[in-house]
Design a protein around this ligand. Structure first.
Ligand code: ARG
Length: 265
């Protein structure tokens, strides 16, 4: 019997989203249009539901503009939630709100040593007993070691080397059962090779990477991708990946896109 569990996604409304500080190279202070922000985010909510996902919401907080990027809240695995220690002061207050949400919703909440940086699913993907992680900008390897221990997963930690792709989810994405896309230029020499034999890897162009194609989100058999202009889409379609476009371009002004805006529960 195959039990097809509905994919659950935690989202946070962008009511208080803005670009008022700069903690990554994408945050140049370009003004965001509040109306476009809200309509793009609502399009994402609709697309997740249409693909068969169930959306859950956490209350946004005034003064925490990046809380909309729920991927960074922590890592969820089998009823456990390991809460993030955000690297930058500007985001540190988000964690208490996420911890509270997970406690109220019946998760066992865990944490890593307070002096270690850890930005949750920005830098971590759990895949079949492996914890694939990225470090170099936002999360410490030692934090990932603690998380892998807490969750009983085998750690494969990859060093990132391009500040434009400061989180693993900006340059690497699992798009099929055993299929992943990645942007080669974002990884230090020899790092991506650690995944050979674990996943089939398809490299994408710099153009696609800058369109945040690696920040796509797989909901059941649909891959939600943030652009209709990507080179790799037809390659993925030929490999049997069904794609759907969701434009969240306003959020790119903060260095985030579809996957950053969502957290798998
Ligand atoms: N402005 C946010 C930051 O720099 C964007 C976070 C994007 N999230 C992600 N999972 N890549 O922290």
């Amino acid at each position: 019997i195959v039990i097809n569990m509905q994919q659950k996604i935690l989202l946070c409304s962008p009511e208080f989203f803005t670009v008022s500080y700069s903690i990554n190279p994408w945050m140049k202070g370009e003004p965001v249009c509040q109306k476009t922000v809200m309509s793009q985010w609502l399009d994402l909510v609709v697309a997740i539901s249409a693909a068969g996902g169930k959306t859950h919401l956490i209350e946004p907080q005034d003064g925490l503009p990046d809380m909309v990027f729920t991927a960074n809240a922590g890592v969820v695995h089998e009823g456990k939630f390991v809460v993030s220690n955000m690297k930058h002061e500007e985001r540190k207050r988000e964690s208490a709100h996420f911890k509270e949400w997970f406690e109220l919703n019946g998760y066992e909440t865990l944490s890593v040593s307070h002096d270690l940086d850890f930005e949750g699913c920005g830098d971590v993907i759990v895949h079949k007993g492996n914890m694939i992680a990225g470090h170099g900008y936002r999360s410490d390897v030692l934090a990932h070691k603690e998380v892998a221990n807490l969750l009983g997963l085998d750690l494969i930690d990859l060093e990132l080397s391009d500040p434009r792709f400061y989180h693993l989810d900006t340059c690497f994405c699992i798009v099929g059962d055993n299929l992943a896309i990645y942007y080669p230029g974002a990884f230090a020499d020899g790092e991506i090779e650690k995944l050979e034999g674990v996943l089939d890897l398809v490299p994408i162009s710099e153009k696609d990477a800058l369109l945040f194609v690696c920040n796509s989100l797989k909901i059941h058999d649909t891959l939600l991708i943030p652009t209709s202009q990507s080179d790799v889409e037809t390659v993925l379609n030929e490999k049997g990946v069904k794609t759907q476009h969701v434009d969240v371009s306003e959020f790119l002004k903060s260095g985030g896109s579809i996957q950053c805006l969502s957290l798998r529960l």
